[in-house]
Write a protein that binds this ligand. Sequence first.
Ligand code: G6P
Length: 608
Amino acid sequence: MCGIVAYIGDLDPKEVLIEGLKRLEYRGYDSAGVAVHDGDSVAVYKMAGRIADLERRLSQVKLGGSLGIGHTRWATHGEPNDINAHPHPDYHNKVFVVHNGIIENYLAIKKELEKRGVRFRSETDTEVISNLIALNYTGDLTEAVIRAAELMEGTFGIAVIHKDEPKKLVLARRGSPLIVGIKDGCFFGTSDVAAILPHTRDVIYLEDNDIATLTPDGYKIISRGAKTVTRLLQRIEWSLEDAQLNGYPHYMLKEIYEQPEAIFNAMRGRIDIMEGVPKLGGIVPVWEELKNCKSIILLGCGTSFYAALAGKYIFESLTNLDVDAELASEFRYRRMSFLPNTFVVALSQSGETADTLAAMREAKRKGARLLGIVNVVASSIAREAGAGIYNHAGPEIGVASTKIYTSQLVILTLLALLLGRHQTLSLTDGVRILRELETLPSKAREVLKKADLIETIAQRYHRYNNWLFLGRKYNYPTALEGALKLKEVSYIHAEGYAAGEMKHGPIALINPEMPTVAIITRDEIYEKMINNIQEVKSRRGPVIAVCNEGDEKVKEMVDEVIEVPETLPFLSPILNVIPLQLLAYHCARFLGRDIDKPRNLAKSVTVE
Ligand code: G6P
């Protein structure tokens, strides 16, 4: 949510900032801006709209110097317009700030500053930060940021420059990610490594309350109490290519097609077929407690929550544990009480979702142990958890999550299987499940071969305004996720429902104008789903079925059929969701939507 890129060094700052912002645009895209210091003065260009608009504007101006900050915004305080866009100068145009996060006490600070003669131009909380820093400035920007940070409540990742210090860039973080990039005398600041990957892979992840000062001669990080601290220099493993389109028209489509590989990568090196157990290095530090745990709570937001819900069915299939799936945004405010030795497992692609992080902290405070299933290495959730399993799925850039969902389900299966093997599951069961998992990449490839058929179905149905997605048991979460995908990228109203609940309400909506997507797999509740499909058909509702290959019974009943290979019932959501992702993608394409940057959404929601 919002993106920061900042730079000091010999390269052209305008180029570095614009290139970086383009790579961050998926994080926020309602307005953007840069401030560049040419050695004497600071020039600010900012506007509502996309980075391409800003780039066009900047191509008409010459900006020199070696220092600058840039931002792409997803509005929280104040509508997206030119004035509310970042960077925000202070009242006297000395301090310039770009900011991710929310300053919760900004109104109180604003009132105080107004009493002292400051006049505000925007409706943002960020403008309070630049003025607070300016008021605390006595000749050293770092000192001023330290003092201002003490007064601010809430979350922030900020990059700051000062007109009188043309060779200094200051970064500060609390609860919003910030990374320092390093390359022979050039230094970068960013909220997401994708922005600086063309320049460097050597990075430092700042921790909460860190303040980093970058100059052409080096960098210094201080933490709470103004102590100089050393942070680990890390090397980014994935390449620039991973973060580019590589011929695909959209990241969403590219990432849908990356699923066979993402599924494979989630298990790579993690399978001991002889023993019928997964090997999960990241949980070794907590293994003694984990193997004796009685209760697990799976936690997430958005698609990660639906993965958690699917995980509940997987855990129920493979373990004797007491398992629940919870929405992090609800869970964080609940009155929590845990059985002894409860593990809270947080699922998150970005590793930065504010509600998930807050829920973990609350659970920890109340005695739960934490684990993370996270894609972004060294992200806040990964660090808060302290132990867990990485997806290793490469960057996911399309706002609608696709490959991480299937990857999360594979990892949940590995974790459940590991625990199950320490409970009642036999060696034969373990081997059978692992062997089936190993077939999933090629089965996912088979599903992707149905893309043309799915495109045709989307062409027929994309003008229908209301859709219902039905599934039961393992595929109830698939129905929820299918409906979410369609909503997110095509803006078509869709509801995901547990098929058994249909007659308690949604059946009232069924008519020839409302397509139902039915997910039906040959499992123990197959016949129940057949009944639900009948109920829709007898009310003349069109039905698109996702069923197993060769299911003649379903074929005869419904209007459209997408066949997927058979697998174990609790693994079927991994294959069944793929056609739904493609259906959403193609409906959105036929409707001319901005698929990778759907309106009002953000990839990483770092505010509550
Ligand atoms: C946002 C994204 C969703 C994502 C959710 C959780 O809403 O648009 O695609 O599922 O955040 O994100 P996380 O990074 O925690 O998985």
